[in-house]
Every structure is written in structure tokens, then in C-alpha cells.
Write a protein that binds this ligand. Structure first.
Ligand code: CAA
Length: 285
């Protein structure tokens, strides 16, 4: 019989983590969200209230439903509070060491049958699975930004993921009104492996002053029907996250397509991370 997921844990309340929490809470699930300290919890909460207030403002959600949604979310700074979760997804920054540490701790805290998932965009899910005593119950569950809007989730199964685990997670993703696709464990999975060569190329064109940022973006929006241009999308994803994704893919394949454009590193060093820092290729209010 398929597993039931009523209470889900989310570790990390950054852009992706907060979006994932919203996806779960919208569907009536109880969510336990974990961050490192009170300040980070507050940032995550404010992300959630901004998003729900916007939905209320647009008439997409009643104030009553927004309040009920937020009431389903418990925040904490202790991973030990995930002991009651039926499934946990980790969405901490893209560092293998950091994620591996979280997985080892989750393995200690969560019941042995609980599935542990990672929202990693490009790191090896197998590497995370082997840090636990339950490698067969570890999968990738990769959401796209903004998580409440984008329909896709990539389910990454490793060579040791148990079949019923992959099946149950796929069925669960469908109950969230997402479109699940299943892929093996290779850097970039499907979407990022195809997308990031394009984004990197746009950053290189910008760096070479090939065209202005506005014209680069306009070309892809109005010529190819993309919802946003590549530089605006890099700002949305975050330049630091984008760099990590490119670097991981480059190190795995040595394909020049994914050799990060130097301008990305320079902008990161200067604190220009995109929307989340208020400035990237564009400046945000
Ligand atoms: N949280 C929740 N909802 C959001 C949101 C957010 N951060 N941003 C936008 N929305 C909602 C809006 O409320 C609105 O909802 P309704 O239609 O129900 O009113 C809807 O999305 C459209 O928003 P807007 O009208 O404000 O803006 P838009 O039409 O220009 O769309 C966009 C904004 C959804 C971001 C759109 O431009 C888009 O889809 N861009 C492409 C994004 C993309 O490619 N994402 C994938 C990145 S790769 C990735 O994420 C993988 C990885 O590992 C890094």
C-alpha cells in the first residue's frame, strides 16, 4: 500500500525552501520547517507571508484560507523536531558537505521508514544517500523557482533507490498538482542540464558586450516566447546558485558549455547575487 504523507518536514527556508513549504501548506499538509537561527526563520516566514498576501491581493486566496495555510506551518531551529514527519525534504544551500551533514542528522532523527529527499539542483543524490543508514529511501525531489508556480518536479532515483519509494514520491508529487518526471542521478538532471548552457552563454554574451542586457533578454522573450530573458532568469535563480550548478556540471563533464562565465564569479564576489540581494544583472527595489 502506498505511503501517506500528512506531516512533511522542510529543512532550509531560503527561496526554494520557503516556496516548497508553501506548496505543501497550500495542499493542506502540516509542515515543520527548520532553519539555523531565529533570524533565518523570520526571513523564511516573511517570504511566506509576502507570497500569501500577494495571492490574497490578487483575489486568488481568501484571507481566511491564507491564515489557515500559515497556521499549518510550524517553524523551528532544531532538526530533532522532525521526529514526527512522514517525509523530509532538504533545501539548504548547494554544498555537498552541508547537505551530507543534514542527511546524517536526519537519519538519526527520523523514523527508519521515512523517505528523505533532497531539492539539490545538481549535486549527487547518491552521495547523500550513502551518508544515511537508509540509502534505498533517499531520492531527489527537485522543484523549480518559483516553486508555487512551476509545475515541474524532477524525481531523482539512484541505483539503490527502492522502487516503491520512487513510485510513492511520484504519486505524492502528482497530488501537489505537479508534473513529475523521473531521472537517474547525473549532474543537472534534465532541466538544468539543458537550461544552464543557454544561461551561461547569455552571461558570456553580456560579458563580451555583444548586446545590452535588455536586448539579450528581449530577444528571447519576444523572439522565442520565453516568459523571461536569460539574464533576468539568472537574477531570479540567484547568481551564487547558478554558479554552483554550472561548476558542478562542468567538473563532472568538462564540457566547456558549462564552464561558468567569469562575470558570474565577479558579480558574486561583489555581492551582486540577483533578486535576493537587490541587485544582479538588474537592480530591484
Ligand atoms: N511565489 C509564489 N507565486 C508567484 C511568485 C512567487 N515567488 N512569483 C510569481 N508568482 C505567481 C503570481 O502570484 C501569479 O499568480 P496568478 O497568475 O495566480 O495571479 C503568477 O505567478 C504570475 O506572476 P506575475 O504576473 O507576477 O509575473 P509573470 O507573469 O511575469 O510570471 C514568473 C513570473 C512565474 C517568474 C515567470 O516569469 C516565469 O515562469 N519565469 C521563468 C521561471 C523559470 O524558468 N524558472 C525555472 C528556473 S530553473 C530552476 O528553478 C531550477 C534550479 O535548480 C535553479
Amino acid at each position: 500500500m502506498a505511503r501517506e504523507f500528512r506531516t512533511v518536514g522542510v529543512v532550509g527556508l531560503g527561496t526554494m525552501g520557503a516556496g516548497i513549504v508553501e506548496v505543501f501548506a497550500r495542499k493542506g499538509l502540516q509542515v515543520i520547517a527548520v532553519e539555523t537561527d531565529a533570524e533565518a526563520v523570520e526571513r523564511g516566514r516573511s517570504h511566506l507571508t509576502t507570497s500569501t498576501s500577494r495571492a490574497v491581493g490578487r483575489g486568488k486566496l481568501s484571507q481566511e484560507d491564507a491564515d489557515a495555510l500559515l497556521a499549518r506551518i510550524t517553524t523551528t531551529t532544531s532538526l530533532a523536531d522532525l521526529a514526527d514527519a512522514d517525509l523530509v525534504i532538504e533545501a539548504v544551500p548547494e554544498s555537498l558537505d552541508l547537505k551530507a551533514e543534514v542527511f546524517a542528522e536526519l537519519d538519526r532523527v527520523c523514523r527508519p521508514e521515512v523517505i528523505l529527499a533532497s531539492n539539490t539542483s545538481s549535486l549527487s543524490v547518491t552521495e547523500l544517500a550513502v551518508r544515511t543508514g537508509r540509502p534505498g529511501k533517499v531520492v531527489g525531489l527537485h522543484f523549480f523557482n518559483p516553486a508555487p508556480v512551476q509545475k515541474l518536479v524532477e524525481i531523482v532515483r539512484t541505483v539503490v533507490t527502492e522502487q516503491d519509494v520512487a513510485d510513492d514520491v511520484k504519486a505524492f508529487a502528482a497530488t501537489l498538482d505537479k508534473v513529475p518526471v523521473v531521472i537517474g542521478d547525473r549532474a543537472g538532471f534534465i532541466a538544468n542540464a539543458l537550461l544552464f548552457g543557454y544561461l551561461n552563454h547569455a552571461a558570456k554574451m553580456y560579458e563580451q558586450r555583444y548586446a545590452s542586457r535588455e536586448d539579450l533578454d528581449a530577444a528571447m522573450r519576444y523572439g522565442c516566447g520565453y516568459p523571461m530573458g536569460p539574464l533576468a532568469l539568472l537574477d531570479l535563480i540567484g547568481l551564487d546558485t547558478s554558479y554552483e550548478i554550472l561548476d558542478t556540471m562542468y567538473k563532472q563533464s568538462r564540457n566547456q558549455t558549462h564552464a561558468p562565465a567569469p562575470v558570474l564569479k565577479q558579480m558574486i564576489t561583489a555581492g551582486l547575487l540577483g533578486r535576493k540581494s537587490g541587485r544582479g544583472f538588474y537592480t530591484y527595489a
